[in-house]
Design a protein around this ligand. Sequence first.
Ligand code: AMP
Ligand code: MN
Ligand code: MN
Ligand code: MN
Length: 284
Amino acid sequence: MPAKVVNADLHCHSIHSDGTLPPSELARRAHERGVDLWSLTDHDELSGIADARQSARDLGMGFVAGVEISVTWAARTVHVVGLGVDEAAPSLAQGLAQIRKQRDQRAFELADCLAAHGVKDAYQGALQYVNNPALVTRTHFARYLMQAGYVPTMQAAFDRYLGDGALANVPVRWATLQEAVAWIHEAHGVAVIAHPGRYKYSELEFDALFTDFKRLGGQAIEVHTGSHSPKHNTWCAVVARQYGFLASCGSDFHGPALGGYDLGDLPALPADLTPVWAALEHAI
Ligand code: AMP
Ligand code: MN
Ligand code: MN
Ligand code: MN
């Protein structure tokens, strides 16, 4: 861990899930862009961690192992990031393997559903972009929809076909919040609610989510993330103070061609919040 963390980026994706760069290139890019504490947080997958850790070590950059777990809470998807996890912990590995199986099934159903709406060969099309056959995501389908000319942008792929309530929305039951937090804890990690600003919950539901998470031992939320507006950032800082959560931050970078924030580009966290790395010294 650097003596004083100046620029932490604790959320991004590699080719081991739906990103477009290998962990070694992400590490180099993060380092070049001034990141001094970095985490790779692929969706439901830890296979990139060894490469990420070694690359960070070679560059002399602080690193914590991470993962972004897909959870279903109150009938919607919530992402829970585990930071400082031991990737050899059996319950985490087994839980993630189970989620990846559901992803396989979902990919077939999604392709059928897209076919029913006139999109041909979506499964094969999405697979062109998949580097890790164990992990097919909607991002891969979105890239095919764009390349094949069905939509002009990634956003349009989600709006028209893949998002909640869109034409080819296939609901999935991911892990429960309790399971995800327990797996992270058994792997000696810190559980973090990713990008709270993205969820379409009511005020009451948000209160129940944060209260539930806290009761289960969840310690942190992302305050600054690439998927937040400035308003979301301000709201999450208030939430962190109100519920006593540590504050995390991460670009959620997926690759140079996929838009969004780049590694290391987030503004510093509000000084009165305790950063999540205060609880990560054991893991760095
Ligand atoms: P999945 O976990 O397979 O359901 O895919 C979710 C992924 O899709 C997220 O991690 C994002 O990378 C991507 N995603 C979700 N919504 C959007 C959107 N509106 N625009 C671009 N990418 C999105
Ligand atoms: Mn993603
Ligand atoms: Mn996410
Ligand atoms: Mn993410």
